[in-house]
Design a protein. Structure first.
Length: 263
C-alpha cells in the first residue's frame, strides 16, 4: 500500500520534492527562453541582464536563468519553498539567491533590475497596487515587468474546482468564494495558503500598470512571434491581432493572460 505523504519520513519527502523540481527544470528552461525571446521583441535585454523573480518558489526559474547567463535573484514569502531552493542550489552547484519577502514589499534598491518576472503570482497577492508599484520601483528605466495571471475574460480556469464559469463571476463574489474555500473546503483550491483573489481583463491590467507609471503595455498576443508555430499558428495569430474584437474573442477562448510593461 502506498504511503501517504504525511507518513513518509521528512528526509524522504524532501528528496521526493527535490526530484520533482529537478524533473521540471527542462520545461522551465524552455519557458524562460520563450519569455526572454518574446520580451526582446519589445525592448533590449542584454545577455547578462539582471532579473528578479517575484514569487520564486523553489528557485527553478532562477536556476535556469542562471544557466542561460542572466543574473537572477528572487523573493519568496514561504519558508518551505526557500528551503527547497537551498537543496536545489546544493544539488546543481550554483547560487539560487532568494530573500524572504512578498511582491508588495521587495527589499531591493530602486532602479536595479532589467526584468521583473512574476509567473502565476499576481492573482495571489493581497495588494495589487503595492505589487505593481514595487515592480516599477526596482526596475531600471526601460526595464520590463512581465507577468501572467488569472483572467476574467475566459470561463475556464484552474484556480478553484466545482464552480463552473468561475472566471466570469463578479470579482467581489470570486473573493468571497475563495475566502470561504480557503477555510471550509481547502481541497477545492489545492490547499493554497493564498488562493487567487485578483482577476484581470485587458483594460484593468493596462489601467493599473499605467497608473503606476509604466509607459507601454503589451498583451500576450502582441508578444508572440509568428516564428513560434506553423502556417496555421501564423494565420491564427494574424487574425487575433487584426482587430480589437478578434483579440477579445481569443481572450475569451484561451485561459489565463499575460502582460509586459515597460518603465
Amino acid at each position: 500500500m502506498e504511503k501517504k505523504p504525511e507518513h513518509i519520513p521528512v528526509e524522504q519527502r524532501q528528496y521526493l520534492v527535490l526530484e520533482d523540481i529537478i524533473e521540471s527544470l527542462p520545461g522551465k528552461r524552455k519557458w524562460a527562453e520563450a519569455v526572454f525571446s518574446r520580451l526582446r521583441r519589445i525592448t533590449t535585454i542584454s545577455d547578462r541582464a539582471r532579473v528578479l523573480d517575484v514569487g520564486a518558489a523553489s528557485g527553478g526559474f532562477i536556476a535556469v536563468c542562471t544557466q542561460l547567463g542572466y543574473r537572477c535573484e528572487g523573493v519568496e514569502p514561504w519558508e518551505e519553498e526557500r528551503l527547497a531552493a537551498v537543496q536545489l542550489s546544493e544539488h546543481l552547484g550554483i547560487p539560487i539567491p532568494i530573500v524572504a519577502a512578498a511582491a508588495e514589499s521587495i527589499p531591493y534598491d530602486a532602479d536595479v533590475f532589467d526584468v521583473v518576472h512574476a509567473s502565476s503570482v499576481i492573482e495571489h497577492v493581497l495588494d495589487v497596487d503595492s505589487a505593481f508599484a514595487e515592480a516599477y520601483r526596482v526596475l531600471k528605466a526601460g526595464g520590463v515587468f512581465w507577468f501572467n495571471t488569472a483572467s476574467s475574460m475566459c470561463p475556464l480556469q484552474a484556480e478553484i474546482r466545482g464552480f463552473p464559469l468561475f472566471g466570469w463571476y463578479p470579482d467581489s463574489l470570486k473573493k468571497r468564494i475563495m475566502d470561504w474555500a480557503k477555510e471550509a473546503r481547502p481541497h477545492l483550491v489545492g490547499h493554497a495558503k493564498t488562493p487567487a483573489i485578483n482577476w484581470f481583463t485587458p483594460w484593468k491590467a493596462r489601467s493599473l500598470l499605467k497608473k503606476h507609471g509604466f509607459k507601454q503595455v503589451y498583451d500576450r498576443w502582441d508578444l508572440r512571434g509568428e516564428d513560434e508555430g506553423g502556417k496555421g499558428y501564423r494565420f491564427a495569430l494574424r487574425l487575433i491581432r487584426s482587430t480589437r474584437i478578434t483579440k477579445t474573442v481569443a481572450d475569451v477562448a484561451v485561459p489565463g493572460c499575460s502582460y509586459a510593461a515597460i518603465k
